[in-house]
Design a binder for this molecule. Structure first.
Ligand code: ADP
Ligand code: MG
Length: 371
């Protein structure tokens, strides 16, 4: 096992006027097989950085253990853990050249000069910055600086690489480029890596496996497909991928959305009667004839043509949902705003409304995952 985080809990001391303090990490357990790249995915404030800092030894857990390569390291100081780091705003040494920055950890470890030179050259080659060794950080772009930071972290051959939102400050194109480079470096070195992000697309693109973090807890662990297709709870379902969140009321196997009612097969209703939210992905909503039995009635608000698909906004009883229809087999009917349609959910899940539903929704809205 590359990394084992076992039952880790961390509470920060209470601020003025607070009784309990802040439970930043709540009994978190997950592991990363040796040589794998795992993403820790969760909204801002969910405890991702704290978990990473605990793995590194920069923060001490209140409970639980950390193992690196099966060795218990909870009591080891940072420099004895063999971890490499890259942070979002990882300041390179400003007054040192690219070469000196990458060589830093090797000089500290007293590597012989020729070996340092060989290693620096190898890394410059891998991050595609040959010829830049004498430049200073101020003479590099943001993306180039992060590549140097990555090379500096990897230089001493750490047993674990920890990346905390390393692309956070960069624009979308540079991020994609760096994501590809991280995958390449990872397949070259096979360093056990934890990649922290709040960006689900980044997590899906980069990692072998995703650990979803919600308010300090591990909510689900799995491949992107597993998490997308079989979300364990409402938070995970709405955090991964686009999803429609529709509020309704369930009584006796009938779901009411505003004045409209549809039967819900009993196997779908693992939730008790009362207020519920229905989650359905835009591609799991089917538009049919308005008169189709069992369909909800909706009105087309907007149709956007996207080349290979139509993205449509449909209003059902005052709530707007997104529907994606792939333009294949010449089947998609071109609709127009104002048209009346029937709406069926080919796949959906119902969840009980929790007290924190509004908070989760606000969080998802702020991240742009829902409107
Ligand atoms: P994330 O990286 O997912 O955004 P963090 O691990 O940085 O989350 O923070 C988790 C929670 O712990 C947040 O509510 C944050 O305010 C709190 N927190 C983090 N570090 C400290 C600290 N040193 N003192 C007090 N509270 C902290
Ligand atoms: Mg963070």
């Amino acid at each position: 096992m590359g990394i084992l985080v076992n039952g880790v809990t961390k509470r920060f001391p209470p601020g003025r006027g607070e009784a309990l303090g802040h439970l930043a990490v709540d009994d978190a357990t997950f592991s990363v097989p040796r040589g794998h790249l795992v993403a820790l995915l969760g909204p801002s404030g969910s405890g991702k950085s704290t978990i990473l800092r605990i793995i590194a030894g920069l923060e001490e857990p209140d409970a639980g253990e950390v193992y690196l390569d099966s060795e218990l390291v909870t009591a080891h100081p940072v420099h004895r853990r063999g971890v490499g780091f890259v942070f979002q705003h990882y300041a390179l040494f400003k007054h040192a050249s690219v070469e000196k920055n990458i060589a830093f950890g090797l000089e500290v470890r007293k590597w012989p000069r020729p070996e340092i030179q060989r290693r620096v050259a190898e890394l410059l080659d891998l991050i595609q910055l040959q010829g830049y060794e004498d430049r200073y950080p101020s003479q590099l772009s943001g993306g180039q600086r992060q590549r140097v930071a990555l090379a500096r972290a990897l230089a001493p051959r750490p047993r674990v690489l920890l990346l905390d939102e390393p692309f956070g400050a960069l624009d979308a194109k540079v991020r994609r480029n760096l994501a590809t480079q991280i995958r390449q470096l990872h397949s070259e070195f096979q360093t056990t890596t934890v990649f922290v992000t709040h960006d689900q697309e980044e997590a899906i693109e980069i990692s072998d496996e995703i650990v979803v973090i919600n308010r300090g807890r591990v909510d689900q662990i799995g491949s992107a497909e597993e998490i997308y297709d079989h979300p364990k709870n409402k938070f995970v379902a709405s955090f991964i991928g686009n999803v429609n969140v529709i509020e309704g009321y369930l009584v006796n196997g009938t779901l009411s959305i505003g004045p409209q009612r549809i039967p819900v097969p009993s196997r779908r209703t693992e939730v008790p009667d009362g207020e519920v939210v229905l989650l359905a992905r835009p591609e799991d909503v089917e538009l049919v004839e308005e008169t189709m039995p069992g369909a909800m009635k909706g009105i087309v608000k907007e149709v956007r043509y996207r080349g290979d698909r139509y993205e449509q906004e449909i209003e059902i009883a005052g709530q707007t949902i997104r529907v994606v229809e792939i333009k294949s087999r010449g089947q998609a009917v071109v609709r127009h705003a104002g048209q009346r349609v029937g709406v069926r959910f080919t796949r959906h899940r119902l969840f009980e409304v929790e007290k924190d539903h509004e908070a989760i929704r606000a969080q998802l809205q702020s991240l742009g995952y829902i409107e």
